[in-house]
Design a protein around this ligand. Structure first.
Ligand SMILES: [Ca+2]
Ligand SMILES: [Ca+2]
Length: 270
């Protein structure tokens, strides 16, 4: 009986830490994007226009050793993916110089050299123009990505936040993107890369974290990008990674425990 108990405890222990092993093997935990029914109301001014504007979206806090803090909101609705990149820790508003870049590997085949299914989108703070880039197997100044004509429905705006910001009332750079799915194609799993630049400290901060600081003229290989995944369509405003890391193992453990208790009491009944 003791050995059986030990076996079950071992299984429970293993299951509880399985997601952590999974994440380590995998590298970076994916960004989990949620579906929204409200983001078509977003006002593209770069910032939280109202305190509720981006409420119905997934949330990821990206923290860095130097204190840099990025609040990432992602969602999809209809024919678009919506992304807000909010650099709450950057208190220096460097117009036309602070910038943000987001990239999608639409087949998520993580090729070493960028391919035509890889896209990047760039905008700078208060810039009048934003730019789209597509992967190419021809070497280019920006590392195999060439500028393409913006899709007519593509929007990217960067500006200084204000009192409606959800994270910090001190003005800081914030960016809003609207990416057409007719460009990316529909998928529940894209490769994903994000990089922001603070002109004051002249530093880039990127996700996945393992990617060294990069610049617009040197976009890292898609093989180094992370993933943005759509696992569930009903849980807006909830960091779904909690489900994988904490709640699922607890439920599994409880089920195993109850099963064990049940079989034990069955034995007594006999
Ligand atoms: Ca806005
Ligand atoms: Ca700045």
């Amino acid at each position: 009986m003791i050995s059986k108990l030990f076996f079950i405890q071992s299984v429970i222990f293993f299951l509880m830490f399985l997601p952590i092993y999974f994440l380590n093997v995998y590298g970076e935990e994916p960004i989990l994007i949620s579906i929204s029914s409200q983001l078509d109301n977003v006002v593209f001014d770069g910032k939280w226009t109202t305190p509720d504007e981006w409420k119905q979206s997934s949330y990821n806090r990206l923290g860095f050793d130097d204190g840099t803090e990025i609040h990432l909101r992602t969602a999809y609705q209809g024919d678009f993916i919506y992304v807000q990149v909010n650099i709450a820790s950057d208190k220096f508003i460097d117009k036309l110089a602070d910038s943000a870049l987001i990239c999608f590997d639409t087949k998520n085949d993580k090729t070493t050299l960028p391919q035509s299914d890889d896209y990047c989108f760039f905008t700078a703070l208060d810039a009048k123009k934003s730019f789209s880039y597509q992967g190419s197997d021809l070497p280019a100044i920006n590392g195999y990505f060439t500028k393409i004509t913006n899709d007519k429905d593509f929007v990217a705006v960067g500006s200084s936040s204000d009192k409606h910001d959800r994270y910090d009332k001190t003005p800081h750079p914030s960016y809003e993107f609207k990416i057409p799915l007719n460009l990316l194609g529909r998928s529940d799993n894209y490769g994903f890369f994000i990089s922001v630049f603070d002109a004051h400290t002249k530093t880039h901060h990127s996700w996945p974290y393992k990617v060294d600081n990069q610049s617009i003229i040197s976009i890292p290989s898609p093989s180094k990008w992370g993933d943005i995944v759509s696992p569930d369509k009903s849980l807006p405003e909830f960091n779904l990674s909690i489900l994988f890391v904490v709640i699922f193992p607890i439920i599994l453990s409880m089920q195993l425990f109850l099963k064990f208790r049940f079989s034990k009491s069955s034995l007594f009944l006999k």
